[in-house]
Design a protein around this ligand. Structure first.
Ligand SMILES: NC(=O)c1ccc[n+]([C@@H]2O[C@H](COP(=O)([O-])OP(=O)(O)OC[C@H]3O[C@@H](n4cnc5c(N)ncnc54)[C@H](OP(=O)(O)O)[C@@H]3O)[C@@H](O)[C@H]2O)c1
Length: 244
């Protein structure tokens, strides 16, 4: 049976690689973007088979409409990958604005809540269940300076997922989290170049994880439920330390 997949944040570094991978498996793929522009045009050009939908994860209405449009066309959704990211604030707590703190909570925690609200009733109804993949961060276990709103929001996301996993035990629904360290995507553009070069230098292979490696991990998660059961949090650290 052809799988139906939704990638939220499909224009991002990881989202785009996941879209590419999913199309390669023959899935029907929907990808969301928030802002019009070059990244949307590039996605459209590279992957004409991908359905593009504008959707801001901070809006329950927009998420509901996105899910409803997919259900209207296919009556099911098998895989949802939430690859949204808000720009990194990189400010110490005493210099961080309330708006900045709120944006991270809205994109990562409230956004995930919106997505769960939209998708879980559908997955519960589907006999074949479904899979939701989301991204945490390696920084959750090793908080770094200037990352408080990011790590705080990811912590809320982690606990939201753990609660959902507990509630969904009797359903064939998996929620799986990937916890990467640095992945080479536009998100990292917020860091000074010299800082990134220093971080790379510390890694055994002197390079960050590539989005395509994360996409391969997403493929493994889809294909191997026994290895990646619901509630799994998969560390995706430097290339040498992970089975990528
Ligand atoms: N890159 C890393 O080193 C790294 C490490 C650990 C975890 N992660 C996690 O991996 C996930 C993907 O990150 P990435 O590196 O691929 O980020 P990215 O390249 O910056 O892409 C972010 C994506 O999120 C979308 N987006 C932003 N705000 C949105 C909103 N309000 N509603 C809907 N979509 C929105 C962006 O769309 P527009 O372009 O239209 O704004 C874009 O498609 C994130 O959850 C991130 O925290 C990344």
């Amino acid at each position: 049976m052809r799988k139906v997949a939704l990638v939220v944040g499909g224009t991002g570094g990881i989202g785009r690689a996941v879209v590419d991978m999913l199309l390669g498996t023959g899935a029907e793929v929907y990808a969301t973007y928030r802002r019009e522009g070059e990244r949307v045009e590039a996605l459209e050009k590279s992957f004409p088979a991908c359905h593009l939908v504008r959707c801001d994860i901070r809006s329950q209405k927009e998420i509901d409409e996105t899910v409803a449009s997919i259900v209207a066309a296919h009556a099911a959704i098998d895989v949802v990958v939430n690859a949204t990211a808000a720009p990194l604030k990189l400010k110490r707590i005493d210099a961080l604005s309330e708006a900045g703190f709120l944006e991270d909570l809205q994109v990562y925690a409230l956004g995930a809540f919106h997505l769960y609200k939209a998708i879980l009733p559908l997955l519960k109804k589907q006999e074949r269940g479904g899979l939701l993949i989301q991204f945490l961060t390696a920084a959750l276990n090793q908080p770094a300076p200037r990352m408080s709103s990011y790590v705080g929001a990811k912590g809320a996301l982690r606990e939201l997922a753990r609660s959902a996993v507990a509630e969904l035990q009797s359903y064939p629904i998996r929620i799986v989290s990937i916890s990467p360290s640095y992945v080479e995507t536009p998100l990292l553009g917020a860091f000074p170049r010299a800082f990134l070069a220093l971080q790379k230098e510390k890694l055994p292979k002197k390079r960050f994880i590539q989005p395509e490696e994360i996409a391969r991990l997403v493929k493994d998660i889809i294909e191997d439920p026994a290895r990646y059961p619901s509630g799994a949090e998969i560390p995706a650290y430097e290339p040498a330390a992970h089975p990528l």
